[in-house]
Design a binder for this molecule. Structure first.
Ligand code: HPA
Length: 280
């Protein structure tokens, strides 16, 4: 018998397929302040999440909430302009539903982006960090519950979540474009409150380079589904206790806005390479 998760997903997939026949190769999740990337696409179709019955809808200012289907050169891309977060009160299985949906539409690659606080002393606000691994201890695992084999295996391996070949591609494109790039470990917390300085110290001891409120549960679900994943954090601020100014959501968005040009160049370059890998 189909599980609740499968039924919900199936219903959403059918609704999207009724609106568009578009088959994406790449799924791109745009984080806080990074949503303008979608302007670089030749758009075929846009679907607000609110028009998909049963779909989680983003409630955060600056998080738009729609799928944008379009082309970057010859590469078919589906963008999530705005994502839903666990702190909005959704079940974690709902938070990852859009990822599973994009996989069902045909996406082989998942490109995750976010705005994050930097813990590594070498990072500056406005830097881009390639995610090389993550820590998921502080958020519920999206795979808890019955495991429909249609979605993936019960006990997925997690040793190459952020695909090594795609990490090489990111590094190569950054170097070609003259973009300064860092790499590190991203930790997802639930939020919505930012961290205390003591929490940041503890996270650093665990090996965290950047902290935020998204991405990891999405990567777990996508890895489960067999997608090739890569991720970039825009370091929007130094983490709590590392600077004299208090953290606020506006600063996070403004710094991400300032990083937009290099972010766009890097993401576009990597997506073109994904196309080349698939012979497009
Ligand atoms: N902490 C958590 N989430 C964030 C931060 C931060 O400092 N900056 C952007 N998202």
């Amino acid at each position: 018998m189909a599980t609740k998760t499968e039924l919900k997903l199936e219903k959403a997939v059918l609704q999207v397929k009724e609106r568009t026949k578009f088959q994406p190769l790449v799924a791109l999740v745009l984080g806080s302040g990074l949503g303008d990337f979608a302007k670089n696409l030749r758009v075929e179709c846009t679907i607000p999440y609110s028009e998909i019955e049963g779909f989680p809808v983003s409630t955060v200012a600056g998080h738009d909430g729609r799928f944008i289907f379009g082309w970057l050169d010859q590469v078919p891309v589906v963008c999530m302009k705005g994502r839903v977060h666990f702190y909005e009160g959704y079940e974690v299985s709902d938070v990852v539903m859009p990822i599973r949906l994009m996989k069902r539409l045909g996406a082989k690659f998942l490109f995750l982006t976010n705005a994050a606080g930097g813990l590594n002393e070498k990072f500056q606000p406005g830097d881009l960090m390639m995610i090389r691994d993550h820590i998921s201890f502080f958020v519920p695992n999206p795979l808890i519950g019955p495991n429909p084999e249609s979605l993936g295996t019960r006990f997925p391996d997690m040793s190459n979540v952020y695909d090594r070949d795609l990490q090489d591609v990111i590094w190569e494109v950054a170097s070609q474009e003259g973009i300064r790039i860092q790499k590190g470990v991203y930790t997802q917390l639930t939020g919505p409150s930012y961290e205390s300085p003591a929490e940041i110290k503890a996270l650093r001891a665990l090996g965290t380079d950047a902290v935020g409120m998204s991405t990891v549960v999405e990567a777990i679900a996508a890895n489960h589904a067999g997608m090739k994943i890569c991720g970039i954090s825009c370091i929007s601020n130094l983490a709590a206790g590392m600077s004299i100014v208090a953290l606020n959501h506006k600063e996070v968005q403004e710094t991400a806005d300032r990083a937009a040009a290099k972010f766009t160049a890097l993401v576009s370059g990597v997506i073109r390479k994904m196309g080349e890998i698939e012979g497009i």
